[in-house]
Design a protein around this ligand. Structure first.
Ligand code: A3P
Length: 337
C-alpha cells in the first residue's frame, strides 16, 4: 500500500512539473490543472480524493468559492440535518462550542491534503457515526465529478457576487497577515503574506488566476450541475440567503430531504436555526472570539456580511471592467450575479 502511495505521489510530481503556472497576488505559484488554478498542496490532494474518497448516497457536500458564505452554509446545513440529534435549544449544541469549520471538514484541506486514508473521525460531521456525513470543498464541480460518479450524493453550492467575494477576501487576508497561505504541507514555505494590494487581487480575479479560479467557471460548473441534476445539486446565493433567509433555509431543508414539519414551522424551528447560525450569534461565541485553526483566527471568518460592500472599495473603472467580464463569461448560461 505504501508503495502504491509513493508511486502515486511520484506520478503527481511528474504531472505537476508539466503544468502551466503563474504567480498569484500573494507571490505564490498557481498551477493550471484541467481548467482551474491550484496551489501545489491542494493539487496533490486531488488524486487522493479521486482514488480514495468514497461518497455515500447520504453524504452532503457544502461547496463554495471561498468568501462566498461557506461558514454560514456549513453552520446552517449542520444545524438542519442534525436537528433531531442536537436540539436547537440545547445549550450543548456543537455549534455553540465549535467553529463551523471544525465541524465540517474540507476534503482537499483537512482530509486528503497529505493522505489517501484520512482519519474521518477527527471531525464531528465526517465520522461514520454521523449520519448523514457532511464534507465541504472549494473545488469546482468539474474537479469533483469523478469521485461522485459512482455514488452521487447531495451537493449544495453557495454563490456570491464576485465583487463582494474579492472585497471579503482582501479584508480576510489583511486580517490574517502572517499566515502562510499555500503552505499547507508544512514543507514548502513559498510565500509570506505581507503586502496585499487590492488592485493586484482585483486584477487576478479579472484574469481568472486565483486559487480554484477562474471564479466564473467555478460558479458555472455548479450552475450547470444544478440544471442538469437538480436532485443532487442545489445552487444557492448568498444574496438570497440574506434577503429571504426563511424561504432559502426551507428550500435547503427540502433539497436535503429533511423538510420542516408543520409542527416545526409552528414552533419556530426555522427561526431558531437562523438565529443559531446568524452572524451576530456565531461571532459572539467565545470559541469564535478566541479560537483559531491553521493560524487563522476564527473571528476573521465573521466580518460585516453585507451585500454590496464592494461599493466602498471599488472605483467605477474597476466596476465597469469586472462587470463587462462577468457579462461576457456568463453569456448564454442563464446565470447572473
Ligand atoms: P464579508 O467579508 O463580506 O463580511 P466564507 O465563510 O466563505 O469565508 O465567507 C465569509 C463571508 O461570509 C464574510 O463576508 C463573512 O462576514 C460572512 N459570514 C460569515 N458568517 C456569516 C453568517 N453566519 N451569516 C452571514 N454572513 C456570514
Amino acid at each position: 500500500e505504501e508503495e502504491e502511495e509513493e508511486n502515486q505521489s511520484e506520478e503527481t510530481k511528474i504531472l505537476i512539473s508539466s503544468l502551466p503556472w503563474e504567480i498569484d497576488y500573494l507571490g505564490n505559484k498557481l498551477f493550471m490543472f484541467q481548467g482551474y488554478w491550484y496551489y501545489e498542496d491542494v493539487l496533490k490532494s486531488i488524486p487522493n480524493i479521486h482514488s480514495s474518497f468514497q461518497s455515500q448516497e447520504t453524504d452532503i457536500i457544502v461547496a463554495s468559492f471561498y468568501k462566498s458564505g461557506t461558514t454560514w452554509l456549513k453552520a446552517l446545513t449542520f444545524a438542519l440535518v442534525q436537528r433531531s440529534k442536537h436540539s436547537l435549544e440545547d445549550h450543548h449544541h456543537p455549534l455553540l462550542s465549535h467553529n463551523p469549520h471544525e465541524i465540517v471538514p474540507y476534503l482537499e484541506l483537512n482530509l486528503y491534503l497529505n493522505s489517501s486514508k484520512p482519519d474521518l473521525t477527527k471531525f464531528i460531521s465526517s465520522s461514520s457515526s454521523s449520519s448523514p456525513r457532511l464534507f465541504s470543498t472549494h473545488m469546482s464541480l468539474d474537479a469533483l465529478k469523478l469521485p461522485l460518479k459512482k455514488s452521487p450524493c447531495k451537493v449544495v453550492y453557495v454563490c456570491r457576487n464576485v465583487k463582494d467575494v474579492l472585497v471579503s477576501l482582501w479584508c480576510f487576508l489583511n486580517a490574517n497577515k502572517g499566515v502562510e497561505w499555500g503552505d499547507f504541507s508544512q514543507n514548502e514555505k513559498i510565500i509570506r503574506a505581507e503586502n496585499y494590494s487590492f488592485k493586484a487581487i482585483f486584477e487576478s480575479f479579472c484574469n481568472g488566476v486565483t486559487l480554484h479560479g477562474p471564479f466564473w467557471d467555478h460558479a458555472l460548473s455548479y450552475w450547470r450541475g444544478s440544471l442538469e441534476d437538480p436532485k443532487h445539486f442545489l445552487f444557492m446565493r448568498y444574496e438570497e440567503l440574506k434577503a429571504e433567509p426563511r424561504t432559502q433555509v426551507k428550500r435547503l431543508a427540502e433539497f436535503l430531504d429533511c423538510p420542516f414539519t408543520k409542527e416545526e414551522e409552528d414552533n419556530g424551528s426555522v427561526d431558531k436555526i437562523l438565529e443559531l447560525c446568524s452572524l451576530s450569534n456565531l461571532s459572539s461565541l467565545e470559541i469564535n472570539k478566541t479560537g483559531s485553526l491553521g493560524g487563522v483566527d476564527y473571528e476573521t471568518y465573521f466580518r460585516k456580511g453585507q451585500v454590496g460592500d464592494w461599493k466602498s472599495y471599488m472605483t467605477s473603472e474597476m466596476v465597469n471592467k469586472i462587470d463587462m467580464i462577468v457579462e461576457e463569461k456568463l453569456k448564454g448560461s442563464g446565470l447572473k450575479f
